[in-house]
Structures are given as C-alpha cells and as structure tokens.
Write a protein of this length. Structure first.
Length: 292
C-alpha cells in the first residue's frame, strides 16, 4: 500500500477517533457528546452563572476586594500553595524514583502504600494529623521519651501545622505523573551516559531530570491549583486567626447578608486559578503532558 492510499483510508476525524466513530455509526455517534455536555452545563456553567449573579448583588466585588482580611488571605493562600507544591515536588519525585529502581517486592509495597494513601478519606487523614499535633499527643510522647522536650507541643491550629498534612495529602498527585514519565525514559540515553563516563549524579542531573520535566511540572501545577482552593485540612489544622481563602469563603457564605461577598471571593479565587494554569501551560506545556 502506497502513502496516498494509506492517507486516504484515514477519515478526517483522526487516526484514533475514526475507527471508534465508524464502529458506532459514523457521525451519528456524536450523540455520545450529549451526556458530557449536559454534565458540563448543569454542574459548571449554571452554578458559575449563579455565582456571577450573586456577586453582582449588593456590591459584592467592591466589598470583597476592599476587605483587608480577604486580601491578606489571598497572599497567605499563595504562600501555602507554593510551599506545599515545592515540598511535594521534592518528596514526590524522590518517591517516584524509588518506585522505579526498587526491587519488585519493595516497589509493590510502595505502590500499595501510595494508593492506600490516595483512597483513604481526606477527613480521616486530617484527623490523624490532628491527633499527632495534640499538645501531649504522639509527637510529644516521642520527644519526651528521648529527653528532648518536657513542655507540651504547641503546633495544633498554627499555620505551619497545615504544611506537612497538605504534603501528605497531595503526594500522589506528583508521584503518579512523575512515575509515568520515568516509565517513558529511553534506556539508550542512560546507557550512552554510562558509556561516556557520566556518574550517577551527573546522569540524574543531565539525562534523567530533563526528561522528567513535563511530568514534574504537571504534578506541581496540579498540586498548586488544588492547594489554592483546599478547605478541609487548612480549616481543621491551620490558625483560626489566619484563615485561607477557602475557609474565609465558607465563613462568609454562612454569615447572613454576606452571600454576595462570598460569591465575589469565589470568583476572584477562580480567576487566580485560571491565570496560574494558563501561565503554567504557556511556559511548561502542561496540557500536552495531560493530553498524553
């Protein structure tokens, strides 16, 4: 078969989509778009439109942007998201590499631990951290037993307390894309590096990490965006006097007469998330990694 014939046999819908479209009845298979489009309209477009309507009532945007506590919470949330992203990126990349180089039995155990973490209820994990942070909880018992501390540990409901718990919650969102990128490494590149005399650290820095860049950035952006709107863990573990944006929005929605302000805060947070994602996609081509 020549190139002309091969090209002609591929319908305009694309190499992957065309066989499925043909099997389901050609262009008539477009009815499959009805459920996802309906889902999108009912669960995203309509609620978002209602938020816009609420925010435009009673000068919602003016009140939100003029609120000093809200402006401070935005900065606090950005710092939290950035810090959690960096820490999760470091530990998640190390975890993914350990999965790739560990013996089979150890790798299986690491995967089981990762997915157990992923499937365990967020509330259960957060309450576990609350127990650890109690003034005379397990952390205090260990430190006291080692003779390192006599006074109770005062970390519960401090802003810093949310950081380790957030890293713990977000870890799978970095490990999985980085591990997928590791599985796609070309072994010939690694052999070439060894033949040319590169040591393990040089190979890691010059060969491995550059090829993991797309997976690392995809995980980092996902963690950052999710951290911006995270509610449960910062609410239960963080400082009540220094709320994050999501906690402040929740409190405003529950305050009579503050619905429009809360809706405006939600839209501002959404705008920040969109700007961050678009900027990251322009720089790191995150959507191409997810599209694979």
């Amino acid at each position: 078969m020549n190139d002309t014939t091969a090209t002609a046999t591929v319908p305009a819908g694309g190499r992957l989509a065309s066989p499925l479209r043909g099997a389901l009845g050609g262009n008539g298979a477009l009815w499959l778009l009805v459920p996802p489009v309906t889902f999108l309209v009912l669960l995203l477009v309509v609620p978002l439109g209602f938020l816009v309507y609420l925010a435009l009532q009673d000068s919602g945007f003016s009140k939100a942007l003029g609120d000093e506590i809200f402006r401070a919470s935005i900065w606090r949330t950005l710092v939290l998201a950035a810090t959690v992203s960096v820490l999760t990126l470091i530990f998640g990349t190390i975890y993914a590499m350990a999965l790739a180089i560990a013996p089979k039995g150890v790798a299986i155990a690491l995967l089981i631990a990762l997915f157990t973490l992923f499937w365990t209820s967020l509330l259960v994990r957060t309450y576990g951290w609350m127990l650890l942070y109690l003034p005379q909880g397990p952390i205090y018992s260990v430190l006291h037993g080692l003779g390192l501390r006599d006074a109770p540990v005062e970390v519960f409901q401090k802003t810093a307390a949310a950081y380790p718990a957030m890293v713990h919650v977000m870890l799978p969102y970095v490990v999985l894309p980085v591990y997928a990128a590791i599985r796609q490494l070309d072994p010939m590149h690694l052999r070439a590096a060894r033949v040319l005399g590169a040591g393990p650290l040089l190979t890691l820095r010059k060969v491995v990490l550059p090829q993991l860049r797309s997976g690392i950035m995809a995980g980092a952006v996902l963690v950052f965006v999710m951290s911006l709107g995270f509610y449960v863990t910062p609410q239960l573990l963080g400082s009540p006097t220094g709320p994050m944006v999501a906690s402040l929005i929740g409190a405003s929605f529950n305050t009579p007469g503050e619905t429009s302000t809360a809706a405006a805060m939600s839209l501002v947070l959404l705008a920040v998330v969109i700007v961050v994602y678009v900027a990251a996609d322009r720089v790191f081509k995150v959507s191409e990694q997810w599209g694979r």
